[in-house]
Design a protein around this ligand. Sequence first.
Ligand code: ZN
Ligand code: ZN
Length: 158
Amino acid sequence: MKSGERTDIRQVAKQKFTDYLTAHKCRKTPERFAVLDVIYSDSRHFDTDMLFETLQKDGFPVSRATLYNTLQLLLDCRLIVKHHFEEHRAFYERAGGAFHLHLVCTGCHSVTEYQDAELQRAILNKKIKKFKAAHYVLNVSGLCTECARQLKKNNKKK
Ligand SMILES: [Zn+2]
Ligand SMILES: [Zn+2]
């Protein structure tokens, strides 16, 4: 992605968030915009702990309460989407990103994003009765090579 393009996405998101906060009479605090900026600087998904740490590292420490509250606002105005790869842990990522798969390892719980042009064509060209597909994010569970290797080693020991 070109850097100019990236600035654009951030600007558009910022404007959308500003409009939303104004319309809903919410305060436009620098903390809320710092959260948005961090999210839109990186296309990968994240959980609240990762976001909390990134904000601290960037010199923008926000409280957990502010973080949760801001994430809820961003969900409400559809600037981010929420995923549940694991039952008790939510992951977020910015909305409107590229079509992709989430490869979820059931061993170490790592999540890798994966893009495939062939699969994308297949899904978008698929004729589904009374439905026209426009976007997708697929979650595929399995084992990463590291966990598969570990499993094989453990099985040998038995
Ligand atoms: Zn993703
Ligand atoms: Zn793994």
